[in-house]
Design a protein around this ligand. Structure first.
Ligand code: MG
Length: 446
């Protein structure tokens, strides 16, 4: 929690360590509108200046706006945000001079320097200077619009869409209304002024938190609803009836549009069958990574390094990456891409091919480490014997073509989680039950 675990002293220390490891002349600092954001951003700036880094203070910006600034200016960045988490939380995200979230190895170097307290404070005459940057949000909006093809922009404008927007009092309040208006949409908003207490709703754009947006869609007779999380790197959509569209369905619809034969889509091991099917229909394939956005970014870079074409990546939570645009999740750009699909067709039509899927989730609780080991071994044996494509990067995922099942130990609780998904509910249920049965037998025998 901010000001308990995440104190100003901690923010200062982490930023100083990052500044020292980077050895950068200047570093950008941005934040979402949380009540603790200004305090922590000030502390981070002080830490950076103490190791000789000049600081560009961007103020309240979406995370993708900070990333865009970093890439354009060629300087690393510190983002103070807790993303989709409740208002009492905060966090620190580090971004490289290429505008990409710091990869794991670079993060570890900063962590090591921080833990070892191995940070060189500069002398009085070398302390970094600070300056305020007023136009980071405007530049970001211009960059998002520039990245949309002229012909696509014309198509969106010609469709004369009414868009209901709920940035959830987050950083996207400052940018997404402009992006959508500049695209030629009629924009109506709710929760669209930044407020770190998040009075309108919880920052996570899940169905239970989007009742006001749903009402606005119906009241304004909007074509589509758009919602962001607190730092606007995610976008979630509602249809013209105010109905919630699963993030997995959105990802699949965008992938169906973006993928061509031979392409690769990157997602995490819990990815929906919807994306698998969209890729298969396009003659493309899906590469799976462990859960976590830095792992997805790393895999995209690896694949591109091997000459593969990766037009889309991301997860079913609304965090979608279009690598040709930027190696970052970006709520406003994702919204623009989705509007391109909605120009001329209803949201319901766009997502209809990815609508009717069934998910089964079940947990197996274990008593001790021996039981956990027995469960993991049983999952390994089950995977080995299965007539399926097996992915073992994070648990055991078995892809059967038409359906999949995943057994994965929880990182936080004494549980092995079993997930299954298929178009047919009984198929999903059978896959989950069979995996569960195999695991439980192993524990009973142990
Ligand atoms: Mg976020």
């Amino acid at each position: 929690m901010a000001n308990r675990e995440l104190t100003p002293a901690f923010a200062l220390g982490v930023a100083a360590a990052a500044g020292d490891v980077w050895g950068a002349d200047r570093v950008a600092v941005g934040r979402d509108p949380r009540t603790t954001g200004a305090m922590l951003a000030d502390a981070a700036a002080a830490g950076l200046q103490s190791v000789g880094c000049g600081v560009d203070r961007l103020g309240v910006v979406p995370t993708p706006a900070l990333q865009a600034y970093c890439e354009t200016a060629g300087m690393p960045g510190v983002m103070v945000t807790a993303s989709h988490n409740p208002p009492e939380y905060n966090g620190i995200k580090l971004v490289g001079a290429d505008g990409v979230e710091l990869p794991v190895d670079a993060l570890e170097r900063v962590e090591d320097a921080f833990v070892a307290d191995d940070v060189a404070a500069v002398t009085w005459d070398e302390v970094g200077s600070g300056r305020r940057v007023e136009d980071a949000n405007a530049e970001y909006v211009a960059g998002v619009l520039d990245a949309i093809d002229e012909a696509v922009r014309e198509r969106i404008a010609a469709a004369d869409l009414t868009v209901a927007l709920d940035p959830g009092n987050g950083a996207g309040s400052l940018t997404s209304p402009d992006v959508l208006r500049e695209l030629g949409c009629h924009v109506v908003t709710v929760n669209a002024s930044p407020d770190g207490r998040f009075p309108g709703r919880d920052p996570e754009p899940v169905e239970a938190n989007l009742e006001s947006l749903s009402q606005l869609v119906r009241a304004a007779d909007a074509d589509v609803g758009v919602a962001h999380d607190g730092d606007a790197d995610r976008a979630i959509f509602l249809d013209a009836e105010g109905g919630y569209v699963e993030g997995d369905a959105t990802l699949a619809a965008l992938a169906a549009d973006a993928l061509d034969g031979g392409d690769v889509a990157v997602s995490a091991v819990n990815v929906s069958q919807r994306l698998v099917d969209a890729a298969a229909d396009a003659g493309a394939r899906v590469e799976l990574t462990p859960i976590g956005s830095t792992r997805i970014m790393a895999r995209i870079r690896e694949l591109e390094g091997q000459g593969e074409h990766v037009p889309i990546a991301g997860e079913g939570n609304g965090g979608i990456v279009f690598p040709a645009y930027r190696l970052a999740r970006d709520g406003a750009y994702t919204a623009a891409r989705f509007l391109a699909l909605v120009a001329g067709r209803s949201v319901a039509e766009v997502v209809a091919p990815f609508d009717a899927y069934h998910n089964v989730r079940t947990n197996i609780r274990y008593a001790d480490e021996a039981a956990r080991d027995a469960l993991v071994e049983a999952a390994a044996r089950y995977a080995e014997d299965a007539d399926a494509e097996v992915t073992t990067t994070d648990g055991f995922r078995l892809d059967y073509g038409d359906a999949w099942v995943l057994a994965r130990p929880s990182g936080t609780e004494p549980l092995v989680r079993v997930y299954a998904e298929a178009r047919d509910e009984s198929r999903a249920r059978a896959l989950a039950d069979e995996m569960r049965g195999a695991l439980e037998d192993a524990v009973a025998d142990a």
